[in-house]
Write a protein that binds this ligand. Structure first.
Ligand SMILES: Cc1cc2nc3c(=O)[nH]c(=O)nc-3n(C[C@H](O)[C@H](O)[C@H](O)COP(=O)(O)OP(=O)(O)OC[C@H]3O[C@@H](n4cnc5c(N)ncnc54)[C@H](O)[C@@H]3O)c2cc1C
Length: 379
C-alpha cells in the first residue's frame, strides 16, 4: 500500500528517474571501492555535475538547475533508496551552495557557483568543534580582523566532505564576547596557508563519506571572503538548518519504505520451523507496524515539503519532521534487523548496512534532544 504522492510535479518525477539511473549506473558498482578508499572519487562528482544532479536549485545563470526544493528532495530520496552512501552531493548542493546563493556577493557567486555546479569544486561547512556541536554559539574558532584580512585560528571536527573540499564555509567568532551575536561565516579556500586537514575519521557507518578534522593555524583570508554580514552567522545557520532537517526527514522516510520492501521479500523467502518467517504472526504484526509508520512519515514529510515549496516551513516544523522521522526510522530499522536474524548483522545485507549508516540521523543536523528543545519553545 503506497501513499499517493501529490507534492511532486512531472518535472520532479523526470529528474527522479535520471537520478535513479545515475545512482544505479555510476554509484552502486563503485560502492565497495569507495568504502575501502573512505571517499568518493572526484570523477563521480564531475559526472553528477554533467548529469545536472548537483545544485539543482542554484539559478541557471550560475550553472545550476534553476529548480526548487522538490528537485533536491527527489535526488536525495533516490540516493538513499539505492543504498548508495558516501557522495556528499546533497550537503554540497542543497545545504552549502544555498548559503552562497542567498548571502554571497555577485563576485562570490561568480567565483564559486559555476565550478560548484559542475562538480569541479567541492564544498564543506564547518560548524562543529571538538568542544561541542549542539551549542553552536559556544564555538571557539576565531576570526580576527587585521587590515583587509581576517586571521582564523581554531579547529573543527566531524566535517563532511572535509577531505575532498576545495572551499569550506567556516563558522567563526568575530566577537567572542557576544555569544550567538558574535558568529560569522567565512569562506576559506583549501589552498590557504595554515589550513590543514586532519585524519579521516573512522565512523561506525557510511565508510565512503569522507568526514575529517580541519585545523586553522593563522589562516589569512581577505574580508571579501565574509558571507553575508559580520556577526549574523548564527541566524543564517538557524535559517538554513531548517532545510537540512527536512532533507534528513525526507531520506529517512524513503529509506524506511525501501527497507520495508526488502524485509518483506526476505521474510517471505526465509524458512524456520517448517514455515516462512512471514508466516509467524509476530512478523506480520511487526511489519504492519512498520507500514503504518511509513505512511505516517510519508504523509508528514510530503506535507512539509509542500509547505517548504510555498516558503512557509518554520524552524519548529522542520524540527518536528526531523525528530519524528529519525526516531521512527530507527525503531522500525531495529525491528527489521531482528526479523533478518543473524543476516541482519551481516554487512552484505542492505538492512545491516542501513543499521550502521542511518544511526547518525538522530544526531547530525541537530540531535533529537535539541529538536525537542526547539519544538517545546513554541508550545
Ligand atoms: C558523520 C557526521 C557528519 C557530520 N557532518 C558535519 C558537518 O559537515 N559539519 C558540521 O559542522 N558538523 C557535522 N557533524 C557534527 C554534528 O552536527 C554534531 O555531531 C551534532 O550537532 C552534535 O554535536 P556533538 O557531537 O558535539 O554532541 P554534543 O553537543 O556534545 O551533544 C551530545 C549529546 O548531548 C545531548 N544534548 C546536547 N544538547 C542538548 C540539549 N540542549 N538538551 C538535551 N540534551 C542535549 C544530546 O543527547 C546529544 O546527542 C557531523 C557529525 C557526524 C557524526
Amino acid at each position: 500500500m503506497q501513499v499517493i504522492r501529490t507534492v511532486f510535479r512531472e518535472d520532479h518525477e523526470m529528474l527522479r528517474e535520471t537520478a535513479r539511473r545515475f545512482f544505479e549506473r555510476e554509484c552502486m558498482p563503485h560502492q565497495e571501492a569507495w568504502n575501502r578508499a573512505g571517499r568518493v572519487d572526484r570523477d563521480t562528482w564531475r559526472k553528477a555535475g554533467r548529469e545536472g544532479l548537483l545544485c539543482v536549485t542554484v539559478p541557471s545563470e550560475y550553472g545550476g538547475g534553476g529548480g526548487d526544493f522538490g528537485h533536491s528532495a527527489v535526488i536525495l530520496e533516490e540516493l538513499f533508496k539505492a543504498g548508495v552512501s558516501g557522495p556528499g552531493f546533497s550537503l554540497h548542493s542543497d545545504i552549502i551552495a544555498p548559503y552562497i546563493v542567498r548571502l554571497g556577493t555577485e563576485a562570490q557567486k561568480q567565483a564559486w557557483l559555476p565550478a560548484v555546479c559542475a562538480g569541479e569544486a567541492i564544498l564543506a561547512i564547518a560548524m562543529t568543534e571538538p568542544g561541542g556541536g549542539s551549542d553552536l554559539k559556544a564555538i571557539r574558532t576565531t576570526a580576527v580582523r587585521d587590515g583587509n584580512d581576517y586571521i582564523i585560528n581554531g579547529s573543527k571536527t566531524f566535517i563532511s566532505n572535509g577531505l575532498n573540499a576545495d572551499m569550506v564555509i567556516v563558522a567563526c567568532k568575530t566577537d567572542p564576547t557576544a555569544g550567538a551575536r558574535g558568529v560569522s561565516l567565512i569562506m576559506v579556500e583549501a589552498s590557504r596557508e595554515g589550513f590543514r586537514r586532519g585524519r579521516k575519521l573512522e565512523k561506525v557507518g557510511q565508510p565512503a563519506a569522507d568526514t575529517a578534522e580541519l585545523f586553522f593555524d593563522n589562516v589569512r583570508v581577505p574580508v571579501t571572503n565574509l558571507l553575508g554580514e559580520e556577526n549574523k552567522g548564527f541566524s543564517y545557520l538557524m535559517q538554513e538548518l531548517a532545510q537540512e532537517r527536512l532533507l534528513i526527514a525526507a531520506y529517512c522516510a524513503a529509506k524506511t519504505e525501501r527497507l520495508l520492501e526488502q524485509t518483506i521479500q526476505y521474510v517471505k523467502e526465509r524458512r524456520a520451523f517448517g514455515q516462512t518467517v512471514w508466516d509467524f504472526q509476530n512478523t506480520k504484526f511487526k511489519l504492519a507496524d512498520v507500514q503504518a509508520q511509513v505512511v505516517a512519515m510519508r504523509t508528514m514529510v510530503d506535507y512539509y515539503i509542500g509547505e517548504h515549496l510555498r516558503r512557509r516551513l518554520t524552524v519548529q516544523e522542520a524540527a518536528i519532521a526531523k525528530l519524528y522521522t529519525t526516531e521512527t526510522m530507527w525503531k522500525c530499522l531495529d525491528d527489521m534487523v531482528q526479523l533478518h536474524g543473524g543476516y541482519g548483522y551481516m554487512l552484505e545485507y542492505p538492512i545491516a548496512r542501513a543499521f550502521t549508516d542511518m544511526r547518525i540521523a538522530r544526531v547530525a543536523g541537530g540531535a533529537s534532544e535539541v529538536m525537542r528543545e526547539i519544538i517545546a519553545r513554541s508550545l
